[in-house]
Design a binder for this molecule. Structure first.
Ligand code: ADP
Ligand code: MG
Length: 252
């Protein structure tokens, strides 16, 4: 269980995240939505300790993550940041092996190799293992980064806009994989996502931020209502049902 308690981030006296609190249950899939600049990446950054909080903290299974040792936290929580610009020329397999660093510090054991293999198989990357990242398409590259996170073998997986630059088919593929991480492997997944319809179709809960504040945190079907979405995005939104899933459109 991940408890976000009164998280606040201030830059030059401006509160970009303002006393945000919520709880994420283990084994669930949560989407963090909201307009540009709402504070989503800042919240995810503090949840992973990449960013220091100005106030408030995050508890992972009751322990304050800011008090945790680096390698201990890295065995429990993995984050994939927005827009991965990997400048090193490395192969898919080498990238995935980075996920084992918290365990092996570079000297890979048999278990490390097994975890790397499992991650490659899970993301259907075995045929691409010797390819260099700069030879891959956007979707393939994104899958390679997710495989690295999977190889890290953590309970919590945080991803900031994992669908960026992906076409519809590859976006669906990524959302499927993330859903399977929850359903088959029991992982806790939290993503920042702009497409509310993908959020609606794949996540259990939605959290909406706006101007650094939490607007709503509830079951997906509760958040997917025209009044709520219109408030989040400051524009008129409709909600339709299709095969039991709620889909939203904007209108003028
Ligand atoms: P989102 O991910 O929801 O688009 P962010 O969390 O990236 O929003 O940013 C929230 C707000 O904080 C924005 O107004 C942004 O300009 C500001 N911000 C983010 N990082 C910094 C920083 N390092 N210094 C100053 N302001 C920042
Ligand atoms: Mg962001």
């Amino acid at each position: 269980m991940l408890q976000i308690a009164n998280l606040t981030k201030t830059y030059q006296k401006k509160k970009v995240v303002d006393a945000v609190s919520f709880t994420i249950e283990a084994g669930t899939f949560t989407s963090l939505i909201g307009p540009n600049g709402a504070g989503k990446s800042t919240v995810l950054g503090m949840m992973s300790r990449l960013l220091k909080s100005t106030e408030g903290t995050v508890y992972l299974n009751g322990k304050d993550i800011f008090q945790e040792k680096d390698e201990e936290l890295a065995k429990q929580l993995a984050i994939l940041k927005q827009a991965n610009q990997m400048t090193m020329r490395i192969t898919v397999e080498e990238l995935v092996a980075f996920g084992r660093y918290p365990y092996s510090q570079g000297k890979l054991t048999t278990e490390d190799h097994e975890k790397i293999e499992q991650a490659l198989i899970y993301l259907e990357l075995t045929d691409l293992r010797t390819m260099y990242l700069d030879e891959l398409s956007g979707g393939q590259k994104q899958r390679a980064f997710i495989a690295m996170v999977l190889a890290q073998d953590t309970e919590i997986v945080l991803l900031d806009e994992p669908l960026n630059n992906l076409d519809m088919k590859h976006a669906v593929q990524i959302m499927h994989v993330l859903r399977r991480l929850v359903d088959e492997l029991g992982k806790t997944v939290v993503i920042v996502i702009h497409d509310i319809n993908f959020a609606s179709c794949y996540s259990d809960q939605i959290i909406a931020l706006k101007n650094g504040q939490l607007i709503i945190h509830d079951q997906t079907e509760v958040v997917m209502q025209p009044e709520i979405l219109s408030t989040i995005y400051d524009m008129p939104m409709t909600v339709h049902e299709h095969k039991g899933k709620k889909i939203s459109y904007y209108y003028k």
